[in-house]
Each structure stands twice: as structure tokens, then as C-alpha cells.
Design a protein around this ligand. Structure first.
Ligand SMILES: C[S@@+](CC[C@H](N)C(=O)[O-])C[C@H]1O[C@@H](n2cnc3c(N)ncnc32)[C@H](O)[C@@H]1O
Length: 223
């Protein structure tokens, strides 16, 4: 039988998801070392998302999860709209954001992050502005190594199956239709392109790759 993660609150009211001996919380303070300017500008996601000549860039993180990637973008100066459709994950993220707003080290960054608890395929259609960047990090298929080493992935996989071909295409179409300058997609290092669409450029790390689709007129996921 599948284990269903449960939301629990500790004595300080801090939320966690618990299942099968695994506990998961949203915790932005853990990422503080990566937010230092000298480290931040080495982050592949920040390099992939960078837009030149825009003083206050706007990003949409269409698959926010626990908001860690969105935090990196916000620390790099983006205003970020975060879409998360799973209500339990969204509850952890909301909790982490509220705590970050009360933490002097994180409040300015968290002030640039706006959570929308909705499916991004719908939400991207109703944006009030054109974002500069749309970021997609849909669930990869599991690798044997992940389950043992990464609690976050282990828990997220109890809540969500890997993104299907149709799900990927719907996300990519919605991202492109929102009219950004670029779409950045996180993929497993050797994984196929999302929706089969060849990126303009990729930045590869040890485990993941960021595919960058520079948007020009006529680019669609069917290209
Ligand atoms: C791999 S996790 C993202 C991790 C995230 N980048 C981070 O830094 O924590 C994928 C998340 O995207 C969410 N998701 C997937 N498809 C979505 C959609 N169409 N709209 C909104 N959220 C979605 C899932 O519920 C899951 O929490």
C-alpha cells in the first residue's frame, strides 16, 4: 500500500511532512551559504536565468516545490512568482516563506517571492505581466541512487509521479505562451529534452543540466 505523507506541526507551529520515517520541512536558512554573492553567481540556475539589461527582472517558477530554486533566483534579484499545485507541498512552502519574512537575513529576498497555490498550466495563462524567465523543474523519473540519498526527492515522489510526456508538453506550451525572453528547464544530466524541444544552450553540472530556450517568434513545443 502507498504511504501517504501527513502534515504535522511541531511545538513552535513549524510545519513538516512525515511519512515512512522521513520528515521534510521547508528551510531557507539552510541555503544561506549559497546566497552569498560570491557563491550565488556560480550557481548554474542563476547563470542560466540571467537576463541582461533588465533592472528588475521577473521570473515564474512554474514547479516551485519547496522553493529552493526560486530562492536562488530571488537572491539574484528576480521577483519570482511561484506556482505549486500540491496542497501539502504548498503548505510547507508557505510556512517557509512566512518564516523567511521574519528572518532579517532572508526577509528582503523572501519579499520578492509570491506563492500562488495553483496549477501553473492554468496560472501562466492568467499572469498580469510578461515574465522575463519561466523556470520548469518537473519531477524526473527516479534513479536508484536518489531514494537512499535525497529525503526531499523521496518525499516528493510519495506525493507525485514523474511528469508524463503530456504533462511536460502542457507545461512547456504554457511557459512559451506566457511570452518570456527565455524558458529554463532543469533536467537530469543525460535526460531527454523536455517536450522533445532542442534548447538554444545548456549548462551542465555533475548531476543536472539546465536547458535554456531563448524565445523567438514562432518557437513552439512542436518545433
Ligand atoms: C521536482 S519538484 C521542484 C523542486 C523545486 N525546484 C525546488 O527547488 O524545491 C516539482 C514540483 O512541481 C510541482 N508541479 C509539477 N507540475 C506542476 C504544475 N503543472 N503546476 C504547479 N506545480 C507543479 C510538484 O507538485 C512538485 O512539488
Amino acid at each position: 500500500m502507498d504511504v501517504v505523507p501527513q502534515l504535522v506541526a511541531d511545538k513552535d507551529g513549524r510545519l513538516a511532512l512525515e511519512a515512512d520515517g522521513v520528515t521534510l520541512r521547508g528551510d531557507f536558512a539552510r541555503l544561506l551559504p549559497r546566497l552569498r554573492p560570491q557563491n550565488l553567481h556560480r550557481e548554474l540556475l542563476v547563470r542560466a536565468a540571467r537576463v541582461r539589461g533588465v533592472p528588475s527582472p521577473v521570473a515564474v517558477d512554474a514547479t516551485a516545490g519547496l522553493g529552493e530554486d526560486a530562492l536562488l533566483l530571488a537572491a539574484a534579484g528576480f521577483s519570482v512568482v511561484l506556482f505549486e499545485r500540491d496542497e501539502k507541498v504548498a503548505a510547507l512552502l508557505r510556512d517557509a516563506l512566512q518564516r523567511a519574512l521574519q528572518d532579517a537575513r532572508l526577509s528582503e529576498i523572501a519579499g520578492r517571492m509570491q506563492l500562488v497555490e495553483e496549477d501553473a498550466v492554468t496560472g501562466l495563462k492568467h499572469l498580469e505581466m510578461k515574465p522575463d524567465v519561466v523556470y520548469l523543474d518537473p519531477m524526473f523519473p527516479a534513479r536508484r541512487k536518489d531514494a537512499a540519498t535525497n529525503k526531499k526527492l523521496q518525499m516528493l515522489r510519495m506525493l507525485e509521479r514523474p511528469c508524463t510526456e503530456e504533462g511536460a508538453e502542457a507545461l512547456l506550451s504554457a511557459a512559451l505562451d506566457a511570452g518570456p525572453r527565455k524558458v529554463v528547464v532543469k533536467r537530469p544530466l543525460k535526460g531527454p529534452y523536455l517536450g522533445g524541444l532542442r534548447p538554444s544552450n545548456s549548462l551542465a553540472g555533475k548531476v543536472v543540466r539546465y536547458d535554456i530556450l531563448t524565445v523567438h517568434e514562432g518557437l513552439s513545443h512542436k518545433e
